[in-house]
Design a binder for this molecule. Structure first.
Ligand code: CP3
Length: 344
Protein backbone atom coordinates (compact mmCIF):
# COMPACT_ATOMS: atom_id res chain seq x y z
CA UNK A 1 0.00 0.00 0.00
CA UNK A 2 2.68 2.43 -1.06
CA UNK A 3 4.70 2.15 2.15
CA UNK A 4 7.87 2.00 0.08
CA UNK A 5 7.25 5.59 -1.05
CA UNK A 6 7.31 6.92 2.52
CA UNK A 7 10.90 8.03 3.26
CA UNK A 8 10.13 8.06 7.01
CA UNK A 9 9.29 4.32 6.93
CA UNK A 10 12.31 3.54 4.76
CA UNK A 11 14.58 4.96 7.42
CA UNK A 12 12.76 3.08 10.18
CA UNK A 13 13.39 -0.08 8.11
CA UNK A 14 17.11 0.72 8.40
CA UNK A 15 17.76 2.43 5.06
CA UNK A 16 20.05 5.41 4.79
CA UNK A 17 18.57 8.21 2.66
CA UNK A 18 20.33 11.00 0.73
CA UNK A 19 18.81 13.65 3.05
CA UNK A 20 16.97 12.75 6.28
CA UNK A 21 13.16 12.76 6.38
CA UNK A 22 11.85 15.36 8.86
CA UNK A 23 8.99 15.85 11.31
CA UNK A 24 8.97 17.76 14.61
CA UNK A 25 7.70 16.79 18.04
CA UNK A 26 4.67 19.01 18.85
CA UNK A 27 4.55 20.13 15.21
CA UNK A 28 0.82 20.79 15.67
CA UNK A 29 0.34 23.39 18.35
CA UNK A 30 0.13 26.93 19.61
CA UNK A 31 2.96 28.40 17.52
CA UNK A 32 0.64 28.02 14.49
CA UNK A 33 -2.13 30.65 14.06
CA UNK A 34 -4.32 28.08 12.27
CA UNK A 35 -4.05 25.81 15.37
CA UNK A 36 -5.04 28.68 17.69
CA UNK A 37 -8.07 29.36 15.49
CA UNK A 38 -9.40 25.79 15.90
CA UNK A 39 -8.34 25.64 19.57
CA UNK A 40 -10.45 28.71 20.39
CA UNK A 41 -13.58 26.91 19.15
CA UNK A 42 -13.03 23.95 21.50
CA UNK A 43 -14.33 23.80 25.04
CA UNK A 44 -10.88 23.08 26.51
CA UNK A 45 -7.89 21.09 25.29
CA UNK A 46 -9.38 17.59 25.80
CA UNK A 47 -12.49 18.58 23.86
CA UNK A 48 -10.15 19.34 20.95
CA UNK A 49 -8.44 15.93 21.37
CA UNK A 50 -11.77 14.07 21.50
CA UNK A 51 -13.46 15.80 18.54
CA UNK A 52 -12.28 13.82 15.49
CA UNK A 53 -12.88 16.48 12.84
CA UNK A 54 -10.86 19.07 14.82
CA UNK A 55 -8.12 16.67 15.93
CA UNK A 56 -7.70 15.46 12.32
CA UNK A 57 -7.62 19.05 11.05
CA UNK A 58 -4.89 20.21 13.46
CA UNK A 59 -2.87 17.04 12.72
CA UNK A 60 -2.89 17.97 9.02
CA UNK A 61 -2.17 21.72 9.42
CA UNK A 62 1.64 21.39 9.72
CA UNK A 63 1.69 18.85 6.86
CA UNK A 64 -0.03 21.34 4.54
CA UNK A 65 2.15 24.22 5.66
CA UNK A 66 5.57 22.50 5.63
CA UNK A 67 5.21 19.15 3.82
CA UNK A 68 6.71 17.13 6.68
CA UNK A 69 7.48 13.46 5.99
CA UNK A 70 5.31 12.31 8.89
CA UNK A 71 2.15 13.50 10.62
CA UNK A 72 1.70 12.75 14.32
CA UNK A 73 -1.78 12.02 15.59
CA UNK A 74 -3.06 15.02 17.53
CA UNK A 75 -3.88 13.82 21.02
CA UNK A 76 -2.12 13.73 24.40
CA UNK A 77 -0.38 11.13 26.59
CA UNK A 78 -2.89 11.91 29.39
CA UNK A 79 -5.90 10.48 27.54
CA UNK A 80 -4.78 7.10 28.96
CA UNK A 81 -5.34 7.95 32.65
CA UNK A 82 -8.59 9.62 31.55
CA UNK A 83 -9.66 6.32 29.92
CA UNK A 84 -8.54 4.29 32.96
CA UNK A 85 -10.96 6.28 35.11
CA UNK A 86 -8.81 9.06 36.59
CA UNK A 87 -10.32 12.31 35.39
CA UNK A 88 -7.89 14.72 33.68
CA UNK A 89 -8.43 18.44 33.19
CA UNK A 90 -6.18 21.04 31.56
CA UNK A 91 -6.06 24.40 33.27
CA UNK A 92 -5.63 27.25 30.80
CA UNK A 93 -2.03 28.49 30.81
CA UNK A 94 -1.01 26.08 33.60
CA UNK A 95 -1.22 22.49 32.39
CA UNK A 96 -2.75 19.18 33.46
CA UNK A 97 -4.52 18.54 36.79
CA UNK A 98 -5.49 15.11 38.14
CA UNK A 99 -6.79 13.89 41.49
CA UNK A 100 -3.61 12.04 42.60
CA UNK A 101 -3.35 8.25 42.75
CA UNK A 102 -1.16 7.59 45.81
CA UNK A 103 -1.80 4.04 47.11
CA UNK A 104 -2.88 0.55 46.09
CA UNK A 105 -6.51 1.30 46.97
CA UNK A 106 -6.49 4.19 44.46
CA UNK A 107 -5.00 1.86 41.83
CA UNK A 108 -7.81 -0.66 42.32
CA UNK A 109 -10.34 2.01 41.29
CA UNK A 110 -8.72 2.14 37.81
CA UNK A 111 -9.67 -0.28 35.06
CA UNK A 112 -8.36 -1.16 31.60
CA UNK A 113 -11.78 -2.48 30.57
CA UNK A 114 -13.04 0.66 28.89
CA UNK A 115 -9.86 1.93 27.22
CA UNK A 116 -10.83 1.07 23.64
CA UNK A 117 -14.40 2.27 24.09
CA UNK A 118 -13.48 5.57 25.77
CA UNK A 119 -10.75 6.33 23.25
CA UNK A 120 -12.95 5.57 20.23
CA UNK A 121 -12.77 9.27 19.09
CA UNK A 122 -8.98 8.85 18.76
CA UNK A 123 -9.38 5.87 16.44
CA UNK A 124 -11.94 7.77 14.41
CA UNK A 125 -9.47 10.66 14.16
CA UNK A 126 -6.83 8.28 12.78
CA UNK A 127 -9.22 7.09 10.06
CA UNK A 128 -10.06 10.68 9.09
CA UNK A 129 -6.37 11.64 8.89
CA UNK A 130 -5.51 8.57 6.80
CA UNK A 131 -8.20 9.41 4.26
CA UNK A 132 -6.59 12.80 3.70
CA UNK A 133 -2.87 11.99 3.85
CA UNK A 134 -0.85 11.57 0.66
CA UNK A 135 1.03 8.33 -0.09
CA UNK A 136 4.46 9.66 0.77
CA UNK A 137 3.55 10.91 4.28
CA UNK A 138 3.50 8.50 7.24
CA UNK A 139 1.14 8.73 10.22
CA UNK A 140 2.63 8.26 13.69
CA UNK A 141 0.52 7.08 16.62
CA UNK A 142 1.83 7.46 20.17
CA UNK A 143 1.47 7.04 23.89
CA UNK A 144 3.38 8.07 26.95
CA UNK A 145 5.50 5.40 28.61
CA UNK A 146 4.15 4.11 31.96
CA UNK A 147 6.73 5.98 34.06
CA UNK A 148 6.05 9.39 32.49
CA UNK A 149 2.26 8.97 32.53
CA UNK A 150 2.47 7.79 36.16
CA UNK A 151 4.33 10.98 37.15
CA UNK A 152 1.23 13.02 36.26
CA UNK A 153 -1.13 10.42 37.81
CA UNK A 154 0.72 10.42 41.15
CA UNK A 155 1.89 14.04 41.39
CA UNK A 156 -1.47 15.25 40.05
CA UNK A 157 0.34 17.79 37.81
CA UNK A 158 3.79 18.54 36.39
CA UNK A 159 6.56 18.22 38.99
CA UNK A 160 10.09 19.47 39.63
CA UNK A 161 11.44 16.92 42.12
CA UNK A 162 9.05 13.96 41.64
CA UNK A 163 9.07 13.51 45.42
CA UNK A 164 5.58 11.95 45.62
CA UNK A 165 6.06 9.36 42.88
CA UNK A 166 9.66 8.48 43.81
CA UNK A 167 8.71 8.29 47.49
CA UNK A 168 5.98 5.77 46.68
CA UNK A 169 8.10 3.79 44.16
CA UNK A 170 11.07 3.50 46.53
CA UNK A 171 9.04 2.80 49.70
CA UNK A 172 6.57 0.35 48.16
CA UNK A 173 7.84 -0.94 44.80
CA UNK A 174 5.19 -3.66 44.72
CA UNK A 175 2.21 -1.35 45.29
CA UNK A 176 3.59 1.19 42.83
CA UNK A 177 4.29 -1.71 40.47
CA UNK A 178 0.56 -2.44 40.33
CA UNK A 179 0.02 1.06 38.86
CA UNK A 180 2.78 0.41 36.30
CA UNK A 181 1.13 -2.96 35.45
CA UNK A 182 -2.21 -1.30 34.70
CA UNK A 183 -0.44 1.26 32.53
CA UNK A 184 1.44 -1.46 30.63
CA UNK A 185 -1.83 -3.27 29.96
CA UNK A 186 -3.91 -0.21 29.02
CA UNK A 187 -1.17 1.40 26.94
CA UNK A 188 -0.40 -1.76 24.93
CA UNK A 189 -4.09 -2.18 24.16
CA UNK A 190 -4.40 1.48 23.18
CA UNK A 191 -1.37 1.28 20.87
CA UNK A 192 -2.68 -1.92 19.23
CA UNK A 193 -6.00 -0.17 18.56
CA UNK A 194 -4.15 2.77 16.96
CA UNK A 195 -2.36 0.34 14.62
CA UNK A 196 -5.68 -1.32 13.77
CA UNK A 197 -7.13 2.12 12.96
CA UNK A 198 -4.27 2.75 10.50
CA UNK A 199 -1.14 4.38 11.97
CA UNK A 200 2.13 3.45 10.21
CA UNK A 201 4.46 3.67 13.22
CA UNK A 202 4.34 4.33 16.98
CA UNK A 203 6.35 6.54 19.32
CA UNK A 204 6.54 5.96 23.08
CA UNK A 205 7.29 9.24 24.91
CA UNK A 206 9.22 8.81 28.18
CA UNK A 207 9.80 12.49 28.89
CA UNK A 208 10.83 11.93 32.52
CA UNK A 209 12.97 8.78 32.05
CA UNK A 210 16.09 10.74 32.98
CA UNK A 211 15.21 11.42 36.62
CA UNK A 212 15.67 7.85 37.92
CA UNK A 213 18.75 6.10 39.37
CA UNK A 214 19.85 2.86 37.68
CA UNK A 215 17.76 0.16 39.44
CA UNK A 216 14.57 2.25 39.29
CA UNK A 217 15.30 3.11 35.63
CA UNK A 218 15.47 -0.62 34.93
CA UNK A 219 12.28 -1.40 36.87
CA UNK A 220 10.08 1.53 35.82
CA UNK A 221 11.44 2.66 32.43
CA UNK A 222 13.13 -0.24 30.62
CA UNK A 223 11.05 -3.21 31.85
CA UNK A 224 7.57 -1.70 31.34
CA UNK A 225 8.55 -0.40 27.90
CA UNK A 226 9.87 -3.85 26.92
CA UNK A 227 6.58 -5.40 28.06
CA UNK A 228 4.58 -2.95 25.94
CA UNK A 229 6.79 -3.59 22.89
CA UNK A 230 6.30 -7.37 23.35
CA UNK A 231 2.53 -7.05 23.68
CA UNK A 232 2.20 -4.79 20.64
CA UNK A 233 4.48 -6.99 18.52
CA UNK A 234 2.51 -10.11 19.50
CA UNK A 235 -0.47 -8.57 17.66
CA UNK A 236 1.38 -6.49 15.07
CA UNK A 237 4.86 -7.95 14.46
CA UNK A 238 5.89 -5.42 11.78
CA UNK A 239 4.89 -2.09 13.33
CA UNK A 240 7.92 0.19 13.79
CA UNK A 241 8.21 1.59 17.33
CA UNK A 242 10.34 4.62 18.26
CA UNK A 243 11.39 4.83 21.91
CA UNK A 244 12.11 8.30 23.37
CA UNK A 245 13.63 7.90 26.85
CA UNK A 246 14.44 11.57 27.32
CA UNK A 247 17.47 12.20 29.51
CA UNK A 248 18.55 8.53 29.58
CA UNK A 249 22.15 9.51 28.76
CA UNK A 250 24.55 6.55 28.98
CA UNK A 251 21.55 4.23 29.56
CA UNK A 252 20.41 4.71 25.91
CA UNK A 253 22.27 1.61 24.55
CA UNK A 254 20.83 -0.79 27.17
CA UNK A 255 17.36 0.73 26.77
CA UNK A 256 17.58 0.03 23.03
CA UNK A 257 18.81 -3.56 23.43
CA UNK A 258 16.47 -4.50 26.25
CA UNK A 259 13.20 -2.88 25.13
CA UNK A 260 13.48 -4.03 21.52
CA UNK A 261 12.27 -0.71 20.10
CA UNK A 262 12.91 -0.24 16.37
CA UNK A 263 14.49 3.20 16.64
CA UNK A 264 15.60 5.76 19.22
CA UNK A 265 14.51 9.35 19.71
CA UNK A 266 17.53 11.32 20.95
CA UNK A 267 17.11 14.25 23.30
CA UNK A 268 18.97 17.53 22.87
CA UNK A 269 21.83 16.60 25.22
CA UNK A 270 22.91 13.38 23.47
CA UNK A 271 26.35 13.93 21.85
CA UNK A 272 26.14 13.23 18.11
CA UNK A 273 29.53 11.54 17.67
CA UNK A 274 28.81 9.15 20.54
CA UNK A 275 25.30 8.41 19.27
CA UNK A 276 26.52 7.81 15.70
CA UNK A 277 29.13 5.29 16.91
CA UNK A 278 27.16 3.63 19.71
CA UNK A 279 23.47 3.77 18.79
CA UNK A 280 23.08 4.46 15.07
CA UNK A 281 25.19 1.37 14.25
CA UNK A 282 22.47 -0.69 15.96
CA UNK A 283 19.25 1.15 15.06
CA UNK A 284 17.85 4.19 13.22
CA UNK A 285 18.02 7.40 15.26
CA UNK A 286 15.77 10.47 15.35
CA UNK A 287 16.67 13.93 16.59
CA UNK A 288 18.06 16.05 18.10
CA UNK A 289 18.02 19.82 17.43
CA UNK A 290 17.53 21.96 20.53
CA UNK A 291 14.05 23.53 20.06
CA UNK A 292 15.45 26.80 21.45
CA UNK A 293 17.66 27.05 18.35
CA UNK A 294 14.43 27.83 16.50
CA UNK A 295 14.12 31.00 18.61
CA UNK A 296 17.73 31.97 17.90
CA UNK A 297 17.15 31.24 14.16
CA UNK A 298 19.53 32.54 11.44
CA UNK A 299 23.11 31.37 10.92
CA UNK A 300 23.33 29.63 14.31
CA UNK A 301 20.35 27.47 13.42
CA UNK A 302 21.75 26.73 9.95
CA UNK A 303 25.07 25.64 11.48
CA UNK A 304 23.28 23.32 13.93
CA UNK A 305 21.26 21.74 11.11
CA UNK A 306 24.48 21.10 9.16
CA UNK A 307 26.20 19.64 12.23
CA UNK A 308 23.32 17.25 12.96
CA UNK A 309 22.70 16.18 9.35
CA UNK A 310 26.40 15.56 8.66
CA UNK A 311 26.97 13.91 12.06
CA UNK A 312 24.29 11.31 11.29
CA UNK A 313 24.96 11.03 7.53
CA UNK A 314 26.53 7.56 7.72
CA UNK A 315 23.40 5.72 8.88
CA UNK A 316 19.61 5.84 9.10
CA UNK A 317 18.51 9.22 10.52
CA UNK A 318 15.19 11.05 10.88
CA UNK A 319 15.60 14.77 11.53
CA UNK A 320 13.65 16.04 14.54
CA UNK A 321 14.01 18.21 17.61
CA UNK A 322 15.41 16.88 20.89
CA UNK A 323 12.15 17.91 22.60
CA UNK A 324 8.85 19.54 21.60
CA UNK A 325 8.67 22.81 19.68
CA UNK A 326 7.74 25.71 21.99
CA UNK A 327 4.86 28.08 21.42
CA UNK A 328 7.06 31.18 20.99
CA UNK A 329 8.55 29.72 17.76
CA UNK A 330 8.13 31.81 14.60
CA UNK A 331 6.40 29.66 11.92
CA UNK A 332 8.71 31.21 9.28
CA UNK A 333 11.77 29.80 11.07
CA UNK A 334 10.28 26.31 10.83
CA UNK A 335 9.98 26.80 7.06
CA UNK A 336 13.69 27.75 6.95
CA UNK A 337 14.55 24.67 9.00
CA UNK A 338 12.71 22.33 6.63
CA UNK A 339 14.41 23.77 3.56
CA UNK A 340 17.86 23.62 5.19
CA UNK A 341 17.35 19.98 6.15
CA UNK A 342 16.16 19.08 2.64
CA UNK A 343 18.47 21.19 0.45
CA UNK A 344 22.11 21.59 1.56
O1 CP3 B 1 3.45 16.29 18.78
C1 CP3 B 1 2.31 16.62 18.37
O2 CP3 B 1 2.10 17.58 17.62
C2 CP3 B 1 1.16 15.71 18.75
C3 CP3 B 1 0.40 16.05 19.92
C4 CP3 B 1 1.02 15.95 21.32
C5 CP3 B 1 0.63 16.83 22.36
N1 CP3 B 1 1.21 16.41 23.53
C6 CP3 B 1 -0.28 17.98 22.19
C7 CP3 B 1 -0.39 19.00 23.26
C8 CP3 B 1 1.91 15.02 21.88
C9 CP3 B 1 2.69 13.90 21.20
C10 CP3 B 1 2.01 15.32 23.28
C11 CP3 B 1 2.82 14.53 24.23
C12 CP3 B 1 2.89 14.93 25.63
N2 CP3 B 1 1.90 15.49 26.41
C13 CP3 B 1 4.03 14.71 26.47
C14 CP3 B 1 5.30 14.01 26.05
C15 CP3 B 1 6.18 14.85 25.19
C16 CP3 B 1 6.70 16.10 25.84
O3 CP3 B 1 6.38 17.19 25.33
O4 CP3 B 1 7.42 16.00 26.84
C17 CP3 B 1 3.71 15.21 27.74
C18 CP3 B 1 4.61 15.21 28.95
C19 CP3 B 1 2.35 15.68 27.71
C20 CP3 B 1 1.54 16.23 28.85
C21 CP3 B 1 1.09 17.62 28.61
N3 CP3 B 1 0.20 18.00 27.61
C22 CP3 B 1 1.45 18.77 29.34
C23 CP3 B 1 2.41 18.79 30.52
C24 CP3 B 1 0.77 19.85 28.77
C25 CP3 B 1 0.75 21.28 29.27
C26 CP3 B 1 1.98 22.02 28.92
C27 CP3 B 1 1.82 22.74 27.64
O5 CP3 B 1 2.75 22.65 26.80
O6 CP3 B 1 0.80 23.41 27.51
C28 CP3 B 1 0.03 19.36 27.66
C29 CP3 B 1 -0.84 20.14 26.75
C30 CP3 B 1 -0.65 19.98 25.27
N4 CP3 B 1 -0.48 18.77 24.62
C31 CP3 B 1 -0.69 21.02 24.29
C32 CP3 B 1 -0.53 20.40 23.04
C33 CP3 B 1 -0.55 21.08 21.68
C34 CP3 B 1 -0.95 22.49 24.56
C35 CP3 B 1 -2.37 22.64 24.99
C36 CP3 B 1 -3.16 23.79 24.43
O7 CP3 B 1 -3.30 23.99 23.20
O8 CP3 B 1 -3.72 24.51 25.28
Amino acid sequence: MGDSVKPFLKVLAGEKTERPPIWLMRQAGRYLPEYRAIRSQANGFLDLCYTPKWAAEVTLQPIRRYGFDAAILFSDILVVPDALGQEVTFVEGEGPRLDPVTCSADVSSLSTTWVRQRLEPVFETIQLIKSDLSDDVALIGFSGAPWTVATYMVEGRGSRDFAAIKGWAYRDPEGFGSLIDILVEGTADYLCAQVEAGVDALQIFDTWAGVLPEPAFQAFVTDPTRRIVEKVRAQHPDIPIIGFPRGAGPAYPDYLKQTGVTALGLDTAVPIGWAADTLQTLAPVQGNLDPIHLLAAGDGLKAEVDRIVSGFANGPHIFNLGHGIIKETDPETVADLVSWVRYP
